[in-house]
Design a protein around this ligand. Structure first.
Ligand SMILES: [Zn+2]
Length: 283
């Protein structure tokens, strides 16, 4: 080092000592791949989540086998992934309806809500399992859209994602087919809201444009307008927003906001939730 000037030596020393530890011990975070299904009608998403090191992978809501199987085949046959589990967010046909066909090609356990076709394991609320060496998954029961709705919180080091099925959408929420406003309030504003703010949201459908179209009719806050701009210029919005973003731009996660109370004429959170859903259904 003697040939370097003291200034350069100090610079070198500083640049190595201030580098964050995480960039020195790099492990690539979990890999998430979206598979759009029924584009133009249902606009569903299936997802493959894999652990890069062990190649272990799960597929979430592979509801339309003609669109999902070719992707799975290519990746399992090339050795890119080792598929271990099929996961369902709830029993509806456009989420769990592919199970029987997928099982013919991949005879694997199905983790999902109790009413999902061919389910082999329905995880209790807050129970955990792992994928590969580092991905930890926590099942979060969020009954309302269906009574068997489960959201799955994935964590790999500092990388976090939640697969929300038809409970939480970007800028919206699912219809209350089997539940009440009280249950949706709990699902969104207690269970999901308690996840770290930097958790990325991967919903079961691409509904953002329609959600934000309703959102701007009840609130003009900057976050909702920002989401509107994004939705207008991006076809896909899954994984682009976090739980923290949803708290700012999702009207169903702002039931304590005076603006929502004014728009709905209600002042308790459950009343606001019920009225917002009613207004969205009619929009
Ligand atoms: Zn559904």
């Amino acid at each position: 080092m003697s040939f370097l000037s003291p200034l350069i030596q100090r610079t070198l020393l500083r640049s190595t000592t201030t580098r964050p530890i995480s960039s020195l011990v790099t492990s690539r975070p979990m890999h998430i791949q979206s598979i759009p299904m029924w584009e133009g009608s249902g606009n569903n998403y299936a997802y493959i989540v894999s652990d890069d090191k062990s190649k272990e992978a799960v597929v979430i809501d592979p509801a339309n086998p003609p669109e999902v199987l070719p992707v799975l085949k290519e990746q399992t046959e090339s050795g890119k992934i080792k598929l271990t589990t099929i996961i369902n967010t709830h029993h509806h046909h456009d989420h769990a309806g592919g199970n029987t066909e997928i099982l013919k090609h991949y005879p694997l356990p199905i983790v999902g809500g109790k009413d999902c076709a061919k389910v082999s394991n329905s995880p209790p609320h807050n129970s955990t399992f792992t994928i590969g060496d580092t991905i930890k998954v926590r099942a979060l029961h969020t009954p309302c859209h269906t009574q068997d709705s489960i959201c799955y919180f994935f964590e790999d080091g500092e990388d976090r994602a939640v697969f929300t099925g038809d409970t939480l959408f970007i800028g919206g929420c699912g219809r209350f087919f089997e539940g009440t406003a009280e249950e949706m309030h709990k699902a969104l504003n207690e269970t999901l809201a308690s996840l770290p703010d930097d958790t990325k949201v991967y919903p079961g459908h691409e509904y953002t444009k329609g959600n934000v179209k309703f959102g701007v009719t009840v609130s003009q806050n900057a976050a909702i307008k920002k989401l509107q701009d994004f939705a207008n210029s991006n076809k896909e919005t899954q994984g682009k927003f976090t739980i923290g973003d949803e708290k700012a731009h999702n009207v169903f996660m702002r039931v304590d906001d005076p603006e929502m109370q004014k728009a709905t004429g209600k002042n308790d959170p459950i009343g606001v939730m019920a009225k917002l859903r009613e207004m969205k259904n009619a929009s």
